[in-house]
Design a protein around this ligand. Structure first.
Ligand code: C5P
Length: 218
């Protein structure tokens, strides 16, 4: 049904993005990557030479960049002031700065409004850290994905073309700590979420588990 929203939360490297895109493609739903929105906001801060560790400066700049988010699960395009930043937001400088930027309340408020606009009437899989808890608590299907830190680092390092494993795991754990510890909308398992530890499963198995949860509510 068109009011369907599938909320998928969890830490980095838990398999959220691949799972969310796979579920959306399997069910013919749209897809929203809210992490990409926080990355795009961070990219704009770096472009405009805002000190990302100065929460006041970041907050004052949060309304400036114009952002658009595509919802095609096969290749969502994200733009900042008309420029396609889909590739640039994955670079290490953005990854290193995204968690402090995401902790700033004005950034979260701005993106919350954009996220709710995109979700609209539903028919969408939405992935992030606070979708089931804050952005769309009324979602009929909520999933919380986790995996062992070593499995998460292995996946992320493979995605990044063979990056150093120990360094990747350290960077994931550092982001978890900031994301879980912040005052506004911290990473948490939402009430009513199905917790799936993806460590022992293949991607296709996890997609199958989530598709079954969606089919059970429809
Ligand atoms: O999902 P991804 O790893 O691309 O997210 C990048 C960062 O964006 C996260 O580490 C977190 O700081 C922030 N984020 C957030 N809330 C969301 C999605 C992402 O704070 N809903």
């Amino acid at each position: 049904s068109s009011t369907l929203v599938v909320a998928i939360d969890g830490p980095s490297g838990s398999g959220k993005s691949s799972t969310s895109r796979g579920v959306a493609a399997a069910l013919g739903l749209r897809y929203l990557d809210t992490g990409a929105m926080f990355r795009a906001m961070t990219w704009a801060m770096l472009r405009d030479r805002v000190d990302v560790h100065d929460a006041g400066a970041v907050g004052a700049h949060a309304a400036t960049p114009r952002l658009t988010s595509g919802t095609d699960p096969d290749g969502p395009t994200i733009t900042v002031d008309g420029e396609d930043v889909s590739a640039a937001i994955r670079l290490p400088d953005v990854t290193a700065a995204v968690s402090p930027v995401s902790a700033v309340p004005e950034v979260r408020a701005r993106l919350l409004e954009l996220q709710r606009e995109v979700i609209g009437d539903g028919g969408i899989v939405v992935e992030g850290r606070d979708i089931g808890s804050v952005v769309w608590p009324q979602a009929p299907v909520k999933v919380y994905l986790t995996a062992d830190p070593s499995a998460r680092a292995l996946r992320r390092a493979a995605e990044e073309g063979g990056a150093d494993l120990a360094a990747t795991e350290q960077s994931l754990l550092a982001r978890d700590k900031i994301d879980s510890g912040r005052a506004t909308a911290p990473l948490t398992m939402p009430a009513g979420a199905h917790h799936i530890d993806t460590t022992p499963y293949t991607l296709d198995e996890v997609i199958g588990l989530v598709v079954a949860l969606v089919e059970a509510v429809e």
